[in-house]
Design a protein around this ligand. Structure first.
Ligand SMILES: [Zn+2]
Ligand SMILES: [Zn+2]
Ligand SMILES: [Zn+2]
Length: 500
């Protein structure tokens, strides 16, 4: 269809000339993302694709094998949980060696570091601006829940990084450099949240107000090196926050775990956010300690052209629960193979609600609250009773049974009851086999625990078999130099020595 000059005029904005800069901005962004996509292709052999129903997602451009790295990137911004600030370096999250104390920022006296190097890195990047806000944050908002506090901090940091014009976190000089446009490119679901999650949305508005207040304080001090004309508007900050989604964590902002899957802080990973979800994932996340690099590691063969997916949620849940969680947190309806044909696994998992679940949860609470040996013994006998009388006819994969078994394992370890711990641990392993993919970190860690128990019980030969299987899994899911892989490898060698 030919276009008349008049039609063209109508297409332009009422202010005619404004359409030119808009086109320019789009062109710059295009270049930026062409550059990003070329980097991903060159460094990892993965391609970014976009379709209407899947949105942006990652596909394999070569065949991947278990243990291969699919993607690795640094966080654009990260922060330690405030309750860990006094125990761990606020930059690398490392715990100092016994008897060594952390270095405290002499100005704010709040942030702490393992040494000069970490302190200098944090200072140069953003702490020189944030330092003067720390006291105010602490005094006025220190009583807020840790998740709110960390959101305020990350929002302020993102604004500061933008205003200081810093493109951060290149992995080496010729690597792709993430900047604010990468954060902008992440999906925010702000409209859906405003509509279907009004309470959370209001909470986010409050967080943005706090961040704005602190940024105003900073501006009043007129520090050198910040371009305030770039300061994000309230709406823009709200958008960034909505990218972090429900419970403050989403596929955009992720909790940073250690080897043992304990969360230490939060990071924003724009590149990792490109990956889609599947309840039958073909890769899992590993976090590199100290650098907080997020690495997606392949856990099954991936063919050329196949979508690369990880799971946004814990897979130990029936399809209905998984779908609800994904809908309320990530605003999409999962139609992976597991969700399309859910009956078989759902029947094995059981419903996990109603009277029996309530009893199981109460027994678990009893154990959590137990302090003395007698109290732990009491909780264990309640759990045992449930296991033998109420849950006896359920399979190993049943979620109520699995939760009771893992509590029995915990109590037995605390009481030093080896036989009972080993029995419970074996059943948890069997349960995990039915729920998680064969190369899943939780299964690997559970096998490591079982191997450890067997070894301590003097059953070296059995321990070696279990540890070998665990090692195979952890070599796929973890970095070779991680403390987990090193630990299981050493124990395996010991176990082999003993039974030889
Ligand atoms: Zn450090
Ligand atoms: Zn400071
Ligand atoms: Zn699914």
């Amino acid at each position: 269809m030919e276009m008349e000059e008049g039609d063209l005029q109508k297409l332009r904005s009422p202010h005619g000339s404004l359409s030119v800069p808009v086109v320019l901005v789009v062109a710059v962004l295009m270049d930026k993302f062409q550059h990003r996509d070329a980097y991903l292709e060159r460094s990892f052999s993965v391609g970014v694709r976009s379709t209407e129903n899947k949105g942006s997602h990652l596909v394999a451009l070569k065949a991947f094998r278990p243990g291969d790295t699919v993607l690795r990137s640094r966080p654009y911004a990260f922060e330690i949980f405030p309750e860990l600030r006094e125990e761990r370096c606020n930059e690398c999250f490392r715990r100092p060696a016994e008897g060594i104390s952390l270095l405290r920022c002499s100005s704010c006296k709040i942030t702490r570091y393992c040494g000069k190097e970490c302190q200098a890195r944090a200072w140069k990047r953003s702490h020189k601006y944030e330092c003067s806000l720390q006291r105010e944050l602490e005094d006025r908002f220190g009583s807020l829940p840790s998740s709110v506090y960390i959101d305020v901090t990350i929002i302020i940091r993102i604004a500061i990084l933008l205003m200081s014009g810093k493109a951060v976190n290149a992995m080496s000089s010729d690597d792709y450099v993430q900047d604010h446009d990468d954060v902008k490119a992440m999906i925010d679901h702000m409209a859906q949240m405003r509509k279907s999650n009004a309470q959370e949305f209001a909470g986010n508005q409050e967080i943005v107000r706090i961040a704005e207040h602190l940024l105003d304080m900073l501006q009043a001090r007129s520090p050198k090196g910040l371009d305030w004309s770039l300061k994000p508007t309230e709406e823009e900050l709200l958008k960034v926050l909505c990218k972090f989604a429900c419970n403050n964590f989403s596929h955009a902002a992720r909790q940073i775990w250690d080897d043992l899957i304990v969360s230490h802080g939060m990071g924003v990973y724009p590149l990792g956010a490109i990956l889609n979800h599947s309840c039958k994932p073909n890769c899992v996340i590993y976090y590199h300690p100290e650098t907080h690099e997020q690495e997606f590691r392949c856990i099954e063969d991936i063919q050329v052209g196949e979508d690369i997916c990880h799971s946004y949620i814990d897979l130990a849940a029936v399809s209905k629960t998984r779908k609800e969680k994904l809908q309320s947190t990530y605003y999409f309806d999962c139609d992976c193979q597991c969700c399309k044909f859910p009956e078989e696994l759902d029947n094995k998992l059981g419903a996990r609600d109603g009277k029996v679940t309530e009893k199981c949860d109460r027994a678990a609470e009893l154990l959590a609250a137990a302090g003395s040996r007698t109290e732990i013994e009491h909780a264990l006998s309640r759990l045992k009773d449930l296991d033998e009388n109420v849950l006896a006819d359920r399979g190993n994969v049943d979620l109520d049974r699995l939760s009771v078994k893992s509590k029995m394992l915990q109590a037995s370890i605390e009481l030093g009851m080896m036989d009972s711990a080993i029995r419970a641990c074996k059943q948890v392993v069997e349960g995990y086999r039915g729920i998680y993919p064969p190369l899943h970190p939780l299964l690997g860690l559970q096998l490591y625990t079982l191997g450890n128990l067997l070894f301590d019980d003097g059953r070296g030969e059995e321990a070696a078999d279990v540890l070998q299987e665990g090692q195979k899994i952890l070599l796929a899911t973890h970095d070779r130099r991680s403390t987990m892989v090193q630990g299981i490898t050493e124990l395996l060698a010991e176990a082999r020595k003993v039974h030889r």
